[in-house]
Design a protein around this ligand. Structure first.
Ligand SMILES: [Zn+2]
Length: 317
């Protein structure tokens, strides 16, 4: 189950993440093998006529610029970074779209194969904890128009070049609620839309507070759970609370219950726009994400920095 994040927890997590991020800025990169990333990258750019795609913006191409990775949690009223209302989410999508962002999956980013039109900037929308308001089905099995998937699906009808390609870091024990009735159907819905589900561990612990063996259990079992539901490894992992375990060798691969476990990338829960996989300083096991908020050090702040020309974004040539 998800531990409710009180103010103290939230502050602690943010401090730990900022410390981790700062301490890694200057550290040497470790062996990072892009071939570990998913080989089959989905694309929404297959044009029936094979005509060249229209240019999205006049920004010059830059494949070493920063990539915006945004982290969403709940879609209902609430205070703090964990809440966006459905209406606010609709506005977020409109904002991203008008600025020239187009959605890509975490797996596409990690594989450095982002299917983008010329002039487009990638944006990776990530959804943590498989909260019920991310994907809720009505009693007849249709998607609730007020859940995140409902809002985005409606938006994509009028913005077909902003398809519902999101990355969901799920918890097997919650899976958007409605588990017994709709769990498998929800996985199928996400898959059919072109979204993906990835790991957020089994039970959302602070990984720095548990033994190395329990870390392996948390991330090993989650990967086996995903694989058993047709998801293709290697998976990426969003760290609960953005907190790294005391030892991170497990990210590079280990054997669990007879299966090889390894990751294409590991995501934090704070920080600036992420480095491009083409940037020599890219570190695939410490990738920052921005909270979905227009206050504080969240995506709104970084969009202002972008508007001021203080940040160089990744732009498809
Ligand atoms: Zn979480």
């Amino acid at each position: 189950m998800i531990m409710p994040m009180n103010t103290t927890h939230a502050r602690l997590a943010i401090i730990l993440v900022i410390f981790t991020w700062l301490s890694c800025v200057g550290c040497r990169g470790v062996s990072q093998d892009p071939s570990q990333a998913k080989a089959s990258v989905k694309t929404h750019l297959t044009s029936a006529s094979n005509e060249p795609l229209a240019r999205v913006s006049n920004r010059p191409g830059d494949t070493k610029g920063r990539v915006f990775i945004v982290m969403y949690h709940h879609f209902k009223p609430g205070r703090g970074d964990l809440f966006r209302t459905p209406k606010q989410f609709r506005q977020d999508l409109e904002t991203y779209y008008k600025l020239g962002f187009r959605p890509v999956l975490a797996s596409e980013y990690l594989a450095n194969k982002m299917p983008l039109a010329p002039g487009a900037m990638p944006i990776i929308l990530t959804f943590d904890d498989s909260n019920p308001t991310q994907l809720h089905l009505l009693t007849d099995g249709s998607v609730d128009p007020n859940c995140a998937i409902g809002v985005w699906t409606e938006f994509a009808k009028t913005h077909p070049d902003f398809p519902v390609h999101g990355t969901f870091f799920v918890l097997p024990e919650t899976m958007f609620g409605q588990i017994r009735k709709f769990r498998d159907k929800k996985i199928e819905i996400l898959h059919n839309l072109g979204s993906e589900i990835e790991s957020h561990t089994m039970s959302h612990p602070f990984l720095n507070r548990i033994s190395d063996q329990r870390v392996l259990k948390e991330i090993g079992n989650a990967n086996l759970w995903l694989a058993a539901r047709g998801q293709k490894p290697p998976f990426s992992l969003a760290l609960p609370y953005g907190v790294l375990p005391r030892h991170t060798q497990s990210f590079y691969g280990f054997v669990w219950k007879g299966h090889k476990i390894h990751f294409s990338g590991v995501f934090l829960a704070a920080g600036p726009p992420a480095r491009s996989p083409s940037d020599p300083k890219f570190k695939r096991f410490r990738i920052p994400r921005m909270a979905a908020n227009w206050e504080g050090d969240a995506v709104g702040y970084w969009l202002k920095q972008l508007a001021k020309g203080k940040i160089k974004p990744y732009v498809q040539p």
